[in-house]
Design a protein around this ligand. Sequence first.
Ligand SMILES: [Zn+2]
Ligand SMILES: [Zn+2]
Length: 251
Amino acid sequence: MRHCLHALASRWPWQLARSLSASLLPTSCALCGMDSDAAVCGPCQAHFLAPAPARCRCCANPLAARDARWPCAACQSAPPAYDATVAVTDYAAPVDQLVLQLKFGACLALAPWMGQRLGQAALGQRPQALPDVLCAVPLGPQRLIERGFNQALEIARPLARTLGVPLHAQLALRARETQAQSAVAPADRRRNIRHAFIVAPDALALVRGRHIGVVDDVMTSGATLNELARTFKRFGAARVSNFVFARTPPH
Ligand SMILES: [Zn+2]
Ligand SMILES: [Zn+2]
């Protein structure tokens, strides 16, 4: 992608606005650099995103057999708080670069493409019911200030439009700042994120008895999404489904 927002920070406002609009329109494939109207060109999509593996309908980890009728052994023995997960792709090279470009390179033009791909993946999994409302995994206030945007919310917006499901950006809030999960040992991630969320007081009626869809860019251990689902269930949600662009395969 030729333009990224971090390169524009020193410009005057009117120049920034013009360059910003240009930066949001992809002119080259984010993976191969060839000219492309889409954020990722057709050949790269065909090569790196297809065919989709059979995934556990609960946690989206790849299944050994091409039979997605049943949850994986891990989900059967210790069911997570969420009920389902839709993922577009594994979090693996070179597709992981797209997530890093969005999150740390501020290449916001990737978010609509990711959201649309995620929407197509979700619609392809029918008859699984669509959620009543979508939200994004909230960033802590400090991280939001540092980054300037929430990449999960940027993906959730086009996903909501693709699915025709309303998006409520403030459905869940961070109750406290936590260390980034990536900076915490896998064994400590559940404890790090425990009690990190609350349902927004003005959104209680949107949660009780409803099917909540939670959007994130990457699902790694699943501890964050599990804690968020646990929070929504505690506040009466009937069902929680995750929508993630990339899923880290088990080691
Ligand atoms: Zn390409
Ligand atoms: Zn599973």
